[in-house]
Design a protein around this ligand. Sequence first.
Ligand code: PLP
Length: 415
Amino acid sequence: MSQPTNTNQNAAQAADILPIGGEGARVRRPAPRTIAVSAGVRKDRAFRAVMPPLYLSATFAYEEVGQKPAFDYTRTNNPTRATLAEAIAGLEGGAGAVVVSSGMAAVDLVLHLLSADDLVVAPHDCYGGTRRLLNARARRGDLYVEFVDFTDEAAFDAVLSKGPKLVLAETPSNPLLRITDLESVAAKARRAGALVAVDNTFLSPALQRPLELGADIVIHSTTKYLNGHSDVVGGAVVAKDPKCVEELAWWANCIGSTASPFDSWLSLRGLRTLHLRVAAQQENAALVAAALVAHDAVERVYYPGLETHPGHEIAARQQNGFGAILSFELKGGYDAAKRFLDSLDLFSIAASVGGVESLACQPWSVTHAGIPEQERREAGISEGLIRLSLGVEDPEDILDDIARALAAAEKRAAA
Ligand SMILES: Cc1ncc(COP(=O)(O)O)c(C=O)c1O
């Protein structure tokens, strides 16, 4: 493989970007909320713009032949994208980040670290798109893959004995919010000589920092909480080791999966309020979970914040909050679920999570439709399962909408 030549970090240094807070700022490491708000602020030397400008330019001029500028071509590097990368890396506590065009591009970028004989271990209930990608790459002979229940210690230990190169964790899982003990999984995987990557999309660094728990790499679909406004599809990979950042950046440039400046700028704008949004969202989720648990029409609620959730204790230990996604089943299965979903007014019935607006979906027919029926059932996904992503709307409006939809589901069930 050719040597990596480019990193966001190098470019930022070469461009003489000022430290967060501008020249002469205090040296103490800023708190996460401050990192999100301050990234790129007061770094514009041309006009002293407070907020970082959007650099759409595809190319950047050389001052003279042979003097390569810090940023020369936007596929390779771009000041707007580098600012977003710096912010995400800062929030995750990594050496650097590579910002790409989707969450799937982020997962695929990590797979570029592997060779054809390498084994990847992934959770049996990982995101459907990740499973499809791993299976497709395995079919082409790019890698080997094994899916295993990460909460089943014996099964996990057995697969580690096969010497995987990459262990790809995802917690909480989608849609049943199963919790993986990251510290334990990362320690075992490391002992087995594997790199550990964690898809942190469902919580964001506001609620979980996998690198501190022993992971080497963090993956994000920035489409979700990091951007948080459901108006950009994007992804990012953060690595602990600067050499790994370099290799990822080299591949992102090579295959051309880097994010556009405009998407990066929008995502940076969204990221500013990450901690405020997530705090309001998870407050709403806790209220909805309690309302669902108390309602007669509801069979089961999956939310790590509930003490009855099997992963509650681990989540309380490794997360800074229980998140804003929950799933539940209604008595009456699919028919009741359909009546519930069709009766919602404030919630949109849509795929995705993490935006400021509340969303509801039936994972069976939407996010997990591509998984064979038998495998969906084995993973505990039924036709009657409903997943909610809580937004930042007023809690009373959210609870009213839920109550109305539950009544509709119940009434017609009784009729
Ligand atoms: C956990 C997880 N990882 C990755 C992805 C892929 O992200 P994107 O849709 O931005 O490609 C998703 C999308 O829903 C996801 O939920």
